[in-house]
Each structure stands twice: as structure tokens, then as C-alpha cells.
Design a protein around this ligand. Structure first.
Ligand SMILES: [Mn+2]
Length: 417
């Protein structure tokens, strides 16, 4: 039986806005949180000890992390190399430099020949010898348009068509790869990808542009005993029948507020040919709390906010307080005592929102990004205001007149120059 620790989406060096500088180390406390979570994964790997560690990709926010962040990452994985535990580092979208054309940050480990470290930057099968027998790991790094297709092939195609073409290509390449597998050796597919039935977290916003989506049926093939994924930050098993399990362990720390309610952790796997068991192991990560209060109808707005704050355990947490109020209530808020009440938090932000602004949603066609002439804008506005229907015609007439007058004035002033 082979024991595997599967973790993913470390994103070390992100979320600094939720931290502060630790005066003792000079480092952002969120970097220290991420390092601490990763070191707990490595601690567990050494304590078991596991036979193999699989990392599902996205080591840093981008492919060129500052040296001190890279060093913090490397010194944790170094501990696995020292303990002779083989490790596969898969390349995620955030690890690729300029869409994969500029290499990947993780490739440095292969270049340096770090013992036991395999870098998964191509679609290929690695046969890895562990203390408890050998295992096949098929690595499927993040795919970009250029991975399996030429520019000429994709020219003029829509994103949906490109996605279909890529899926077909991948199906063929995967088929060829799986035919080369030794059917007697336990096999893992390690992929950084988005499947069509995954529920999303922050990675939606983190990725530049939308990536490709692969059908789950491509992954649930009988030749795989376990499918180890990365990319989606919310832990989930996509194949409830577990034949094979298709697992996103999720990120190891909260990257932002969209992950506020998610458990963070890693997955322990026990693997034999044709038999697999897995377990999600939560990590004790820092809490994030959104405290949202509508005080617009409160008699004592300040007391209403304080009451909402008192209900939550904000000690050492990353907190955002959002309160909705009417503009005439602004003077009722004592912000000094709000800061005081929030001081036990690790970090916090306070976001007041005026309800008068919230009550009137913008007409989408009139957003700041569209530029249309004033008469067209007024027509669009009037079309959205049933209540102004009776006077719409005369409003338009008045607007025409105003604009005509304005023309005359500006022509007149132009001649004065
Ligand atoms: Mn990713």
C-alpha cells in the first residue's frame, strides 16, 4: 500500500492586503500564515511518513515571485527531499510565464536536479519508485490554447469551438498515454484543470481570462486509481461513486473573502492497484469574517453595529465590517469606537454603504463604459422608467430644446476666442 499526501493551490505570496507587517520578522503576516499551513502539510508527510507527495499546481500568485517568497516555498519542499520522499510538482496556470511560452517557476527544481522532485510541466507519465513500491503518475499541467493546437487551427473559431477542439485533441493524447500504462501498477492522474461540474471559488477571479473546461468523463477512466486535481480552491470530490475518486483538495489557506466559509486542508490517500481510500484533513487556518449590518432602519445605528460585532468571535480573524445606512445617519456613527471594537481582529476593513445609492440600480445600458449621445441616453433612461411614461415625450422635447440652445451658446463662445 502506498501512502500519498495530496495538496494543491498554495498561492504563497498572495492576500497580503489581509495581513500586516510582523515587526519581529519584517514579513507580511499572511505570508507567515501560508508558510505555516504548508509546513503543517510537510510535517504530516514526514510524521506518517508518506511514500509520495503530490502538489496539484499554483505555487505562487504568478510565475515570478519575489526571491524571499520563492525561498520560503523551497525550504518547505526541501524537507521532503531531505527525508527521501518523492514529490511531484505540477505546473498550474499561475506558475506559467506568459501563457507557458516563458517556462514555469517550478522548472528550477528539475534544472537543479533536486533529488526525488519531479516537475509536471508536460503531459507524460512518470514511473516513481517509492519505499512501498512503484506508482505511475500521469501529469496533466494547465493547458493553454498553444499546448495542443497551432494558431492557424484556432483562427476564426469561437472560444466554445476552441474548447471542443482542445478536448478532442486531449482525448486522443490521453488515450495514447493510458495505453502505455502498466496495468499492474497503481496509477494516479495529476491534473491542473477545470472540470464542467466543479463549483467555484476564488480561482474564477484569479485567472486571467477564462481557461478551458474539461468533461469529467475524460478523467473517470478505469485505468486511474485516483485522480488528483488542482485549480479549484474549494475542496470537493467530483465523483461520488469513488471509481476513481476525483479530488480537489482545495487551497491550503484562504486566498480571499470568497473562501470565507470553506474548510482548508489537504488529502491523505492510501493506494493499491484497484483499491483506494482517501480522507480530507482540515488545517487550522486563520478565520475570515464578513459582518454585514443594515442599520438604515435602526433607532440607534451605533448600538446596532456594536451588537452585530459582539455576536462574532473576531479575535485574530480577518474581518470586514459592511454597514448600510442612510446619509442622514452618518453623524450618528462614532468611528473611533468602531475601530476600538475591531481591534482584537488580526486585520479589518470598515465599509459604509449608503442605502439611497443602493436603492437605485443603474440601467445596464447606461454604465460608464458605454458612451452614447445625450438624447439616446435619455431615451434609454425613460424606457426604464414606467412612472415617467406620461411626461416622456415632453421631457425629450425639452431636452432637444436645451441641447439646441447649448449649441448656440457654444458656437457663440467659440467666436469670442
Ligand atoms: Mn489554478
Amino acid at each position: 500500500m502506498i501512502k500519498i499526501l495530496h495538496l494543491s493551490d498554495i498561492h504563497m505570496g498572495s492576500g497580503f492586503s489581509h495581513g500586516r507587517i510582523n515587526p519581529e520578522t519584517g514579513l507580511n503576516t499572511r505570508l507567515e500564515d501560508f508558510v505555516n499551513s504548508l509546513s503543517q502539510c510537510i510535517d504530516r508527510s514526514l510524521a506518517e511518513p508518506v511514500d509520495l507527495v503530490l502538489f496539484g499546481g499554483d505555487a505562487f500568485p504568478d510565475a515570478t515571485p519575489p526571491p524571499y517568497v520563492q525561498q520560503a516555498f523551497a525550504s518547505q519542499f526541501r524537507r521532503l527531499a531531505d527525508a527521501n520522499i518523492p514529490t511531484v510538482l505540477l505546473v498550474g496556470n499561475h506558475d506559467q510565464h506568459s501563457q507557458g511560452q516563458g517556462g514555469a517557476s517550478l522548472c528550477i527544481y528539475r534544472t537543479l536536479g533536486v533529488p526525488g522532485v519531479v516537475v509536471g510541466d508536460t503531459l507524460t507519465t512518470h514511473r516513481i519508485q517509492t519505499r512501498n513500491g512503484s506508482v505511475q503518475v500521469l501529469t496533466l499541467p494547465w493547458l493553454t490554447r498553444s499546448t495542443l493546437m497551432t494558431r492557424q487551427e484556432t483562427e476564426g473559431l469561437s472560444l466554445v469551438e476552441i474548447n471542443q477542439l482542445l478536448t478532442e485533441r486531449l482525448r486522443v493524447v490521453l488515450e495514447a498515454e493510458t495505453r502505455r500504462l502498466d496495468p499492474n501498477v497503481p496509477t494516479v492522474l495529476l491534473g491542473h484543470l477545470m472540470t464542467d461540474n466543479a463549483s467555484l471559488g476564488a480561482e474564477r477571479f484569479l485567472a486571467v481570462g477564462k481557461g478551458f473546461t474539461l468533461p469529467l468523463s475524460l478523467l473517470t477512466r478505469p485505468c486511474f486509481d485516483y485522480v488528483a486535481l488542482g485549480h479549484v480552491h474549494r475542496h470537493q470530490n467530483l465523483n461520488k461513486s469513488n471509481d476513481p475518486p476525483v479530488i480537489y483538495p482545495g487551497s491550503i489557506e484562504r486566498v480571499d473573502f470568497s473562501e470565507e466559509k470553506e474548510d482548508k486542508g489537504y488529502v491523505m490517500v492510501e493506494l493499491e492497484k484497484g483499491r483506494v481510500q482517501w480522507e480530507f484533513c482540515p488545517l487550522p487556518v486563520r478565520a475570515f469574517h464578513t459582518i454585514e449590518v443594515d442599520i438604515s432602519k435602526a433607532e440607534d445605528p451605533q448600538a446596532a453595529i456594536m451588537k452585530a460585532l459582539a455576536k462574532r468571535d473576531i479575535q485574530d480573524a480577518v474581518v470586514r465590517l459592511i454597514y448600510k445606512l442612510r446619509s442622514e445617519q452618518l453623524d450618528c456613527i462614532d468611528s473611533a469606537s468602531l475601530h476600538d471594537a475591531l481591534s482584537p481582529a488580526h486585520t479589518y476593513t470598515i465599509q459604509p454603504e449608503l442605502v439611497s445609492q443602493l436603492a437605485r440600480p443603474r440601467v445596464p445600458e447606461l454604465s460608464a463604459s458605454n458612451s452614447i449621445d445625450p438624447i439616446e441616453a435619455l431615451k434609454t433612461y425613460l424606457n426604464n422608467r414606467e412612472d415617467l411614461k406620461d411626461i416622456a415625450a415632453s421631457m425629450l422635447e425639452a431636452a432637444h430644446k436645451l441641447l439646441a440652445d447649448d449649441m448656440e451658446v457654444s458656437l457663440a463662445s467659440a467666436t469670442n476666442e
